[in-house]
Design a protein around this ligand. Structure first.
Ligand code: GLV
Ligand code: MG
Length: 325
């Protein structure tokens, strides 16, 4: 283990994160009553420019008045390149003090973007005498943000999670695709020419590198990596396949852009009973090994060692967090 200890962000269940447009308050109560872990009320891209002011008012009113049933609450503020952003931060903190858990910053490009929002939040929180500090979720969704992701993730104040914003990322990198998340048929390898057989296409995952790069930056800084949207809400199998790929790479949650995607995300991002039981057996076996002075033992014909303890502990801790939610 390195001598450097990585501070971990405040632990939260973040298997599913529901996007709710601030311009559509009729959806707020449904979100509060859903099984989602985190709700983000949107002031950015789901809200048209002439609806921004009203959306901000709707959100502030709901933060104060609605019973959110203990959900983690976030608001996606407008980009730092707009004149809406400062007013989003000031009004959210001044007019709904202490209500927000997180602010989601879109299109983070450099570490100074995070610094700027931190400075503004700090001033307003201090002026209001607020003890509770709002955490930050950062969307990595531009070529600039991805280029600088390691440095951005190292800004250690307030940060909780990095999110892969696949739609804007595709736009920013000028990727030849119009789908939001999921695979693209043009991203494939073709099997070799064989006179007797037709050639096969094997689809690849065009997002693999980007998600993996973000996961590494997040985990190296104790943050949660979260996969962003999957646009086709009529394709639950496609959603689960994408969520499974992200989870396999280390993501611990995924956005839901439609309520039907919440349970899919919760299912994929929760360890199964079988996995938790197996993790507990590994911990027991290693406990026995330790007493016998051994560093590794075999369980069901497979080698387990001290690294297996760390993997098993992650699963058991997650299961406990889910149980207590
Ligand atoms: C999310 O904001 C995205 O652009 O995918
Ligand atoms: Mg976006």
């Amino acid at each position: 283990m390195s001598f450097k200890i990585i501070d971990q962000a405040q632990p939260r269940l973040n298997r599913s994160e529901l996007a709710v447009p601030g311009s559509n308050p009729a959806l707020f109560e449904k979100a509060a009553n859903s099984k989602v872990d985190v709700i983000f009320l949107d002031l950015e891209d789901a809200v048209a420019p002439d609806e921004k002011e009203q959306a901000r008012k709707n959100i502030i009113e709901a933060l104060n008045d609605l019973d959110w049933k203990g959900k983690t609450l976030s608001v996606r503020i407008n980009g730092l390149d707009t004149h809406f952003m400062y007013r989003d931060v000031v009004d959210l903190i001044e007019k709904a003090p202490g209500k927000l858990d997180l602010i989601m910053i879109p299109k983070v490009g450099t570490i100074s973007d995070v610094y700027a929002v931190d400075m503004l939040c700090t001033q307003v929180e201090d002026a209001m005498g607020l003890e509770k500090k709002i955490g930050f979720e950062l969307i990595i969704e531009t070529a600039l943000g991805m280029q600088n992701v390691n440095e951005i993730a190292s800004y250690n104040r307030r940060l909780e999670s990095l999110h892969f914003g696949v739609a804007d990322y595709a736009a920013s990198t000028k990727a030849k695709t119009t789908v939001i998340g999921g695979p693209n048929p043009n991203y494939h390898v073709l099997t070799d020419i064989d006179e007797d057989k037709p050639r096969n296409k094997h689809w690849g995952d065009m997002w693999h590198h980007a998600v993996s790069k973000m996961v590494i930056a997040a985990r190296a800084n104790g943050l949660r990596p979260i996969d962003g949207p999957f646009g086709d809400f009529n394709d639950p199998d496609g959603y689960k396949a994408q969520a499974n790929r992200s989870a396999t790479l280390g993501c611990e949650g995924k956005w839901a852009i439609h309520p039907s995607q919440i349970e899919l995300a919760n299912e994929v991002m929760s360890p199964s009973e079988k996995e938790v039981n197996q993790a507990k057996r590994i911990l027991e076996a290693m406990e026995t090994a330790k007493k016998e002075g051994k560093g590794a033992v075999s369980l069901d014909g497979r080698l387990i060692d001290i690294a297996s303890i760390r993997q098993a502990e992650v699963l058991v801790q997650k299961a406990k967090l889910i149980e207590s939610s």
